[in-house]
Design a protein around this ligand. Structure first.
Ligand code: TRP
Ligand code: ZN
Length: 885
């Protein structure tokens, strides 16, 4: 019956889109909730498109149909058919009411899609996850985002076992029933697609806050969590209020129900979900306190709370016509969250973090067999397309458009987009159309960014003509072929740039034939539209150092012929923190190339010298300095290799850090560490966070050249740490250095946090960062630990995800044993949770570029998966794409 296990899954194509023949204007749902068995009654008010002859077809997966009525009459078996996850019903007309009653089994649902149980059956609670196609696991429905209905939901359950009953929308009554049961009703007046439906039932505690919107609407904010976690929800509540205010102030968007519920669960496939009026969060992105959360995690909580809240407009009020438009809500919402986080924290640090993520997660995706456009043209399993490309690259595309329109123009465009499409399901054309129309400009050329996969390479070369006093910049773009897209077209690439003189001053820019740009401005955006273009700057009195792609103005890979000394100058003098960091990253990458090729050490010297100078500059922000002192990660560096040997990349990166540490000097590192350590606090303000970040980096650098001292300091730091940030940083240094003290610290950590699953996830994850040769045994020991389970996605990701993605040196063993272990577990995991297995499998994405030994071993492991019978549609699609494109 279920199509999940099909051998050759059907392909869904954007070009096949058709508006629905049947819609639902209103739905009434009644749930009789139980852990093992829940009965769902659905009354659908149907609408039939006059010009369409198709019979009524509803989606439904794994449902046990108990009763079916059409317009009040029980339907004979001959009047309906349920096969291949579709229910076909005869005799329905426009205006008909269809009522179905089905049974589902929450406790048996390990896929965490549809209605499921979170936690142990004695204590756990029930909840739903419907995006993208989970609603069809709950009831029969046209489960597609362009069917918008209003919802009335009644929940009934045993009061002692399920004291709290929640669904999206406003509360509309509650009361007692016989036999210790009770009921609660919720009405959501805003038409929404089925993927935004949610319910929660069980024993939960709450914190509440009253909020008043800009126009004076009172809203009750409620965060729900299990008893042991409710004390860690205050920070999320604060973040929620900040998000709501920010969206009012920056986009003029208010919340639109009387209540806003947020619920934390430990059993969740992704980060969080924006269900209308009832957001549900992976506890990892909601709970925070100093004893168990790091600074990075606090910021992640703030970001995810904001992201889900912002979806109320970008996603819920204006939703997606079909899943190909996913980036319409996700790219836009990531962008809005990035703006918000930049406002709440440090803008340059936020940009650094986001660009680093793009390079670590999206660039490799775009360069491998799973590459797909931000708007894919086809899929077989939509859950496989919640990717870094759709989210992070999607956000970069919005950022380019926003930059192009300017602050006010973008706001004008967003106002039109929200008001024109409010209550409707929209497309990316609608989005660009509204933004363009509000600004009297045509943005449709940007659509090519949405349709074309692969990361463009931008090459730049400059030529200075002293006699003419001109500087000529030649830019060329090229996008390498990706699976199914052999030929690429040039894209509009905004290149923000500045020119520096040799004192580190920015020069006024005069572009020949330039289309304006404020006279004498020192920063300009040139838009490249062709494959190759030349820009001439006039009145340039000295050989300039160009700073290109400032703020990362386009998601491209820049290749340019700067001299190392030029990059070092930008690293030292650029007034903009992000651009400074970027210059340092480019310089470090060059230094990496030099080390690899055994060529001149000019770049390495320039990088180390510039950073050593900054290290002793007391004016520089501590957090920024920490980031400057961090070379690109191993995944990013691997992208520079034609053939990747992860052990080799690891060793070279270690060498980079060792050179840097030596250049700064042991004494200076220890002194700085001591100074920072003396200032240790629990405070969460930006300065304190920055000091902790720098302290960690300094300790890591020290560990490269003086492990004994570093481990001694780390042990002290571990023992005295007032916060998780300091505690985990120390533990990480001990584990990565395979220090003798690591053992006792790990034992202590385990005891101390035995009752805190999120902290225990860190205990698993940190140990996957043991040095290369040692980690495989440790992973096997850890999976034998009583607290390990394949049923919990956070735990799976903490162990296998961290190992396979964040320790390439330890995962990619030459004998292939790492690949074989991962694939073995993927098989088991796939039977429990296809979304999580498919996602974890993408850790093997880069196999084709591995050096031949590892490549052969990786391919054999993936191929053995492909031969497995009964693989989920999710994992099948990933495995087949990895093997055949
Ligand atoms: N829409 C969610 C977000 O980005 C993510 C999401 C999609 C999700 N599918 C999911 C979350 C399945 C959990 C489970 O905000
Ligand atoms: Zn989202």
């Amino acid at each position: 019956m279920t199509s999940l296990r099909d051998a050759s899954p059907a392909v869904i194509r954007l070009s096949d889109y058709r508006a629905p023949a049947w819609r639902v204007s209103h739905v009434e749902l009644t749930f009789d909730l139980g852990i093992d068995s829940t009965e769902v009654t659905a009354r659908l008010q149907l609408q039939h498109a006059a010009d369409r002859a198709e019979p009524l077809r509803l989606d439904g997966e794994g449902l046990e149909l108990l009763a079916i009525h059409l317009d009040g009459e029980a339907l004979p078996e001959s009047a309906w058919r349920y096969a291949d996850s579709v229910l076909e019903v005869d005799g329905a007309r426009d205006g008909s009411v269809l009522e179905t009653r089905v049974r589902v089994q929450p406790a048996a649902n390990t896929a965490l899609e549809g209605l499921y149980l979170s936690g142990p059956r004695e204590r756990g609670f029930l909840l739903t996850q419907c995006e993208a196609e989970g609603f069809r696991h709950i009831t029969f429905f046209p489960d597609r985002p362009d069917v918008l209905a209003s919802y009335t939901v009644t929940l009934r359950a045993d009061r002692a076992r399920f004291p709290v009953l929640l669904a999206g929308g406003n509360p509309d009554g509650a009361g007692e029933l016989d036999n210790g049961r009770h009921w609660a009703r919720f009405v959501d007046p805003h038409p929404k697609p089925s993927y935004l439906f949610a319910l929660v039932a069980g024993r939960l505690e709450k914190i509440e806050r009253a909020y008043v919107t800009a126009s004076g609407r009172p809203v009750q904010l409620v965060i729900w969590a299990e008893a042991d976690a409710i004390g860690r929800c205050e920070y999320a509540m604060d973040a929620l209020q900040r998000s709501m205010r920010w969206d009012e102030q920056n986009y003029g968007r208010e919340y639109d129900l009387d209540v806003f519920h947020v619920v934390a669960t430990h059993d969740f496939n992704m980060g969080a979900m924006e269900n209308k009026g009832l957001n549900i969060f992976n506890a990892k992105y909601l709970l925070a306190d100093a004893d168990s959360s790091t600074d990075d995690e606090y910021r992640a909580v703030e970001a995810v709370v904001a992201h889900e809240y912002f979806h109320n407009w970008s996603g819920n009020r204006v939703t997606c016509r079909d899943w190909f438009q996913l980036s319409l809500k996700e790219g836009l919402t990531v962008f809005r969250e990035q703006q918000f986080s930049a406002d709440m924290n440090s803008a340059p640090l936020k940009r650094i973090e986001d660009v680093a993520l793009l390079r670590r997660a999206q660039f490799p995706e775009d360069a491998g067999p799973l590459a797909h456009p931000v708007r894919p043209a086809q899929y077989s399993e939509i859950n496989n397309f919640y990717t870094a490309t759709v989210y992070e690259k999607g956000s970069e595309l919005v950022r380019m458009v926003a930059g192009h329109l300017g602050h006010e123009g973008f706001r004008r465009g967003m106002d039109l987009y929200f008001s024109r499409h409010d209550g409707h399901a929209a497309t990316l054309e609608d989005f660009l159309g509204a933004l363009g129309e509000a600004n009297g400009t045509d943005l449709l050329p940007f659509l090519s960014w949405y349709a074309q996969a692969g990361t463009p390479r931008l090459t730049a070369s400059g030529h200075y003509d002293a006699a003419q006093r001109t500087y000529t910049l030649t830019l060329a773009q090229h996008t390498p072929a990706t699976p199914n897209q052999p030929h690429k077209q040039p894209l509009p690439i905004p290149v923000k740039l500045a020119l520096f003189d040799d004192h580190g001053q920015m020069l006024p820019l005069h572009v020949a034939d330039g289309d304006g740009g404020a006279a004498g401005a020192t920063e300009r955006v040139l838009v490249m539209e062709k494959s190759e273009q030349r820009f001439v700057f006039q009145h340039v009195d000295t050989v300039p150092v160009p700073s290109l792609l400032r703020g990362f103005s386009a998601p491209v890979i820049l290749e340019c012929d700067y001299a190392p000394a030029d990059l070092a100058r930008l690293l030292r003098h650029d007034p903009d923190g992000f651009n400074r960091w970027e210059a340092g990253q480019q310089l470090a990458a060059r230094a990496f190339d030099n080390l690899r090729d055994g060529t001149a050490t000019e770049a390495l010297d320039a990088w180390c010298d510039a950073l050593a100078a900054l290290f002793s500059d007391s004016a520089i922000d501590a957090a920024l300095l920490a980031d400057l002192l961090t070379p690109p990660g191993e995944i990013e560096l691997s992208e520079r290799e034609r053939l990747v040997n992860p052990q080799h990349v690891h060793a070279l990166r270690q060498q980079l850090q060792e050179s840097l540490a030596l250049r700064i000097g042991q004494a200076a590192l220890i002194q700085r560490y001591e100074a920072l350590n003396a200032q240790t606090t629990l405070a969460l303000d930006a300065i304190s966070q920055g000091q902790r970040r720098l302290k960690r980096r300094v300790l890591e650098l020290l560990a490269r050249i003086d492990p004994w001292t570093a481990h001694t300091l780390a042990t002290l730091q571990y023992d005295n740490a007032p916060s998780m940030t300091d505690r985990l940083a120390a533990l990480s240094v001990l584990v990565r250095g395979n220090a003798p003290q690591a053992h006792a610290a790990l034992l202590h950590f385990r005891e101390r946090y035995a009752d805190n699953p999120l902290a225990m996830d860190k205990w698993f994850a940190v140990q996957t960062q043991l040095p290369g040769e040692l980690v495989l045994d440790r992973v096997q020991m850890l999976e034998a630990d009583a607290t390990f389970t394949l049923k919990n996605p956070n735990r799976v990701n903490a162990l296998f995800g961290s190992w396979a993605r964040s320790n390439p040196d330890g995962f990619h063993r030459a004998d292939g044993s790492g690949y074989r272990l991962l694939v073995e577990r993927l098989r088991e995991l796939d039977r429990l949770n296809p979304q999580v297995s498919a996602r974890l499998a993408t850790a093997l994405n880069g196999w084709q570029r591995l050096e031949p030994h590892r490549r052969t071993a990786a391919k054999a492991a993936i191929a053995s998966l492909a031969e497995q019978n009964g693989l989920s549609r999710n994992l099948t699609e990933i495995v087949q794409s990895m093997l055949h494109s």
